[in-house]
Ligand binder design. Structure first.
Ligand code: SF4
Ligand code: SF4
Length: 426
């Protein structure tokens, strides 16, 4: 199940609950510039405040800038109840920025509904972290479940360094989308599917797709008219009109509830649905984007792997709850416990931990492998392997003492050849 703070009121999502669209709004944080597929209707263009459609944003933010921008947005429009990432590319082609932003938001705003919108290609490996952070709503754009139909919608699908085209691209994307949706539902995430209706290409396939999505447990179906964008392969396709869309939605409704109030928002949309303030907020957004990256951001805490709260005595990979300490005068205070990401997922698990401990200067464990050690170091978190009293380790860390003594002790106590694969001791 998702890890949601009890104060989150899920009924306040104006896209998933049309009844509250006049009461609550949403903001899209444009932290995801890259995409891993190429849809034939997509034209991503920056620096355009007059155009309102998906893929457009005035600028790109990094996660810390997004957090600052969120603060300003809530002052300008306190009715914002949802923060989402919807591009301008795909959130999971920019997984690190996406998940760090969600983590920062969750820690600072426990009431906020968190939402993501993806093509689904790179989503499945991150579902557990998404749910652990407390992202409650995810949209996946599924333009069909028959690769012979959807092969005409994508120029390419890029998986790692391999580029797929035609039916292979379509098959891979559909398989990944289904896997991602199944995982999301197994973790209790509310899932909406966007279906872009493209006349003559996949409009006849909407009902079949809605039926298949219903079987997967999808909660809401958003049948959207394709916008013909200049400079794209589908620029000359005629946009479906309202009667056609209403007819499609009525047929799809036999299988799934329909979203009928989608405004096809920008990647930096902000405000109430239909009363977008992205023009008004563009100056603020751009000002936030020029803020220097906080390389010296405060890291007041240390994460500790301990069974009983006295000794450092757990390996990185076996620890389910980390103790978070901070220094107060000459004392060290236990601030909170943080649940570790669930095992599995290879290096993704260590990357998830670096996000979990973004405000920690060090992590103390009895042992960890070279792979997670390198990942923590790169993220600015000092990995300390030691055995002994927690207080002794904390004292050395906060006083900036030589930590190699702890490393030597820990090595003596562990004879295993640990590879840090994400499933073992780490
Ligand atoms: S997934 Fe989204 S950003 Fe990527 S090409 Fe398609 S519409 Fe554009
Ligand atoms: S594009 Fe549609 S679903 Fe997404 S925020 Fe706008 S109204 Fe909501």
């Amino acid at each position: 199940m998702t890890t949601l703070p009890p104060s989150v009121d899920l009924s306040r999502h104006p896209c998933f609950n049309a009844k509250v669209q006049g009461k609550f709004g949403r903001v899209h944080l444009p932290v995801a510039p890259k995409c891993n597929i190429k849809c034939n209707y997509c034209n991503r263009k920056y620096d355009c405040v007059n155009e309102s459609r998906p893929g457009v944003t005035s600028t790109i933010l990094n996660p810390e800038q997004a957090l600052d921008y969120m603060e300003k947005v809530l002052i300008a429009e306190p009715r914002i109840s949802v923060a989402g990432i919807a591009g301008p590319g795909d959130p999971f082609a920019n997984a690190d920025a996406t998940l760090t932003t969600m983590q920062l938001l969750r820690q600072k705003y426990p009431d906020l509904i968190l939402c993501l919108s993806s093509n689904g290609l790179g989503l499945a490996p991150h579902v557990d972290e998404v749910a652990d952070i407390g992202v409650s709503h995810v949209t996946v754009t599924v333009n069909g479940i028959d690769p012979e139909i959807t092969k005409n919608i994508y120029t390419f699908v890029k998986d790692g360094n391999v580029i797929y085209r035609h039916v292979q691209a379509a098959e891979l994307l559909i398989a990944r989308q289904i896997k991602a949706i199944e995982k999301l539902k197994s973790r209790g995430v509310t899932v909406k599917v966007n279906f872009i209706a493209i006349p003559g290409v996949n409009d006849h396939h909407a009902v079949t797709t809605a039926k298949a999505m219903a079987k997967l447990g999808v909660d809401l179906f958003n049948c959207m008219a394709m916008l013909p964008n200049a400079g794209t392969p589908f620029e000359d396709v005629i946009e479906p009109d309202k009667p056609m869309m209403n007819s499609l939605r009525n047929k799809c409704e036999k299988h799934l509830p329909q979203m009928r109030h989608c405004k096809r928002c920008r990647a930096d949309a902000v405000g109430m649905l239909g009363k977008d303030k992205s023009g008004e907020m563009a100056g603020c957004l751009k000002a936030c984007a020029t803020m220097p990256a906080k390389t010296d951001k405060p890291r007041p805490y240390v994460a500790v792997a301990s069974l009983e709260g006295m000794l450092v005595n757990q390996h990185l990979g076996e620890t389910t709850n980390f103790l978070i300490y901070k220094q107060e005068g000459k004392e060290f205070t236990l601030v909170e416990e943080r649940a570790a990401p669930i095992p599995g997922g290879g290096i993704g698990r260590w990357q998830a931990m670096t996000r979990l401990f973004h405000d920690c200067r060090a992590i103390m464990v009895s042992e960890m492998g070279e792979s997670p050690r390198g990942i923590f170091e790169k993220a600015g978190i000092t990995p300390v392997t030691m055995s002994g009293f927690i207080d002794a380790g904390l004292k050395a860390i906060y006083e900036g003492n030589d930590l190699s003594i702890f490393k030597r002790r820990a090595k003596k106590s562990c004879g295993s050849s640990c590879l840090g694969t994400g499933t073992g001791c780490g």
